[in-house]
Design a protein around this ligand. Structure first.
Ligand SMILES: [Zn+2]
Ligand SMILES: [Zn+2]
Length: 614
């Protein structure tokens, strides 16, 4: 059912919607077979926002075929067949593959179910082999599904692509048919409406139109965004917010280099294996011409090891704890070029990072404060829906996927769970998805149009501080290892600004807007232009990003230009405004708010920015 076989555990965790979508893939396969009985199916898992099924077929399926396939699907759903589970022996399954019965409506002599046979071989000995039947269609599948085909509510085929069997380019190329399904038609329609809106708000499109960032693949490299002045302004505002918030919460700021010696990552355990694929290859250099060996340096893929060395730089006592080290650190991660996507998947990341070193007794309060910081940010950005995904370890993975400290796992997971429960924060617990050195909390938020984003990750780390030999002198005069909380509520600038562009459709609130105010003159007479320039100067002296448009163009054209550039506030001045020491205010998307005394308007602008008003 999957490219990479999912464990039975993973399958049990399939959500209701994923079951429905995967069941719809069976229905689609049934329909395709009614139209092209020689079709051979490979894998048909649910994916984000829908499902696909890989099919091998002479006929090239195009979107023109979708209505016919959907019509056949409708019949299968109307027939309301049960998804019937049958446990079979491996011999039986091999026999059925050879007769072409698997992934088919009937036996197909001479048309071996070759991909199903391949999938069968991937099932480990001892694991049950199961078929799922709906009507005439029999599939080799571990499930789970909905009860009946009639439970597949509303569906739509969306696209077709090509894919190699098991993702390996040495294998045959298949046609990948994508679709989506929902419980009912209302939800399906809402989804397509949201996707349409998301397209209109695409951060790559708006980012280019507004001149926020560019990716110069030829000179800088793929996945390495260059922030243009307007994007730089947004980025600076976010940093300012983080710095103020963290300062008030007792954080101290540090600054660390972008590279470190190999020893750093060998100690943290990211090298030689765990993280090597996600790091840029090392640089080698000899300190002196006749040094015996070259030193290896790596671009940092995370800030934590550097912060650990800062912790270790001075003797620490219980009186220094908690120690909250914060940095907007730039990290570099090597993502496959096919994975890169605008600001969402990049290779250089400006991270709203901090590491909190604390004692076990301090943990609950510190972790609670981190959650509180999230909620404060959500309010500022008008994020109304969020969930914390709390990923825990599994016993089976100890010593392999997870550091082998069974008691510490249970202890820290309990601490995290207690805080999540008592804080009343919306969370779900996901077993067997923790990080290597401790439980992890992924923070998922929904943009205003209802699209889901993973913004940030918190981790509780009880292992790496020990690897670095970090200790503090406790009250009883013994050395103890601190716990470390990794947290980044604003995630990376890249992902967060990508999210905000969609969330606001580029119409940033005043405090975040790249160009906050533009003063527009009606005409270009010198006294009027001087009046306008003085307003711009006054605003800029208070750190407001204000510009002037003093050209002789028609005022309507000038307003239109400012609207297009998504300037937040326009101050239009004509001779009459000047005489009254006033300005006519327009707000982007809201239109004219009328003429007001200049001093009042300036004070109002400063106030709204100070409050970071929505
Ligand atoms: Zn299935
Ligand atoms: Zn970290």
């Amino acid at each position: 059912m999957q490219d990479e076989r999912k464990t039975l555990d993973d399958r049990n965790r399939m959500t209701e919607l994923e079951r429905l979508r995967h069941s719809c893939a069976h229905v689609m396969a049934t329909a395709i077979l009614r139209l092209w009985p020689d079709a051979q199916f490979a894998a048909g898992p649910p994916v984000e926002n829908g499902f696909y099924y890989d099919v091998d077929l002479q006929h090239r399926i195009t979107p023109e075929d979708f209505p016919a396939i959907e019509a056949e699907m409708k019949k299968e759903i109307k027939a309301n067949h049960t998804f019937e589970k049958v446990v079979v022996t491996r011999e039986q399954a091999i026999q059925d593959s050879e007769s072409g019965r698997l992934g088919g409506l009937s036996e197909r002599p001479g048309n071996l179910s070759k991909f199903k046979l391949g999938n069968l071989e991937a099932i480990p000995d001892g694991e049950p082999i199961t078929y799922f039947k709906n009507g005439d269609f029999i599939d080799l599948c571990a499930g789970p599904h909905v009860m009946r085909t009639g439970n597949v509510g509303a569906y739509k085929l969306t696209s077709v692509a090509s894919a190699y069997y098991k993702g390996d380019e040495k294998n045959p190329q298949l046609q990948r048919i994508y679709g989506t399904a929902f419980k009912n038609k209302t939800e399906l329609e809402a989804y397509f409406k949201m996707m349409e809106e998301a397209k209109r708000r695409d951060h790559r499109k708006i980012g280019a139109e507004m001149g926020l960032y560019t990716i110069d693949t030829e000179y800088t490299g793929p996945g390495l965004p260059l922030w243009l002045p307007k994007g730089g302004a947004v980025l600076e505002e976010l940093e300012k917010l983080a710095k103020e918030t963290e300062f008030a919460a007792g954080y101290v700021r540090v600054k660390t280099p972008h590279i470190a010696k190999e020893k750093m990552y060998l100690t943290s355990g990211h090298l030689p294996l765990l993280y090597a694929d996600s790091m840029y290859p090392p640089m080698e250099l000899k300190e002196t011409k006749d040094a015996p060996a070259a030193e290896r340096y790596y671009l940092k893929a995370m800030n934590c090891p550097h912060h650990h060395r800062i912790f270790a730089a001075e003797p620490r006592s219980y009186r220094d704890m908690p120690l909250r080290l914060a940095e907007y650190g730039t990290c570099y991660r090597y993502e496959q070029s096919g994975e890169l996507f605008g600001l969402m998947r990049v290779r250089s990341l400006n991270m709203n990072d901090a590491h909190i070193y604390c004692t076990a007794e301090q943990f609950a309060q510190e972790f609670n404060a981190v959650n509180g910081m999230y909620l404060k940010y959500f309010k500022i950005f008008g994020i109304e829906k969020s969930v914390m995904r709390f990923s825990t370890h599994s016993k089976e993975g100890l010593g392999k996927k997870y550091v082998n400290e069974p008691e510490l796992w249970i202890q820290t997971e309990n601490m995290v769970r207690d805080v999540l429960k008592s804080s009343g924060i919306n969370y779900v617990e996901v077993p067997n998805e923790a990080a290597f050195y401790g439980p992890k909390i992924d923070v998922q938020v929904w943009s205003v149009i209802g699209r889901e984003f993973t913004l940030a990750t918190n981790q509780v780390d009880f292992a790496v501080p020990r690897k670095f030999g970090l200790v503090y002198r406790d009250r009883d005069n013994t050395d103890k290892t601190p716990l470390c909380i990794h947290r980044a509520p604003l995630g990376t600038h890249e992902r967060f600004i990508g999210f905000l562009i969609e969330h606001y459709a580029g119409n940033f609130p005043l405090w975040l807007a790249p160009e906050q105010v533009r003063v527009l003159t009606i005409g270009e007479e010198e006294p009027l232009v001087n009046y306008a320039k003085a307003i711009v100067q006054e605003l800029r002296a208070s750190m407001v990003r204000a510009e002037g448009d003093y050209s002789n163009d028609k005022i309507n054209g000038k307003i239109q230009q400012a609207e297009q550039a998504k300037v937040h506030t326009m101050l239009v001045v004509g001779p009459r405004d000047m005489a009254a020491n006033a300005v006519s205010v327009r707000v982007h998307g809201k239109g004219s708010l009328g003429a007001k005394p200049k001093a009042e308007v300036v004070a109002e602008i400063l106030q709204a920015i100070r409050e970071r008003r929505a």
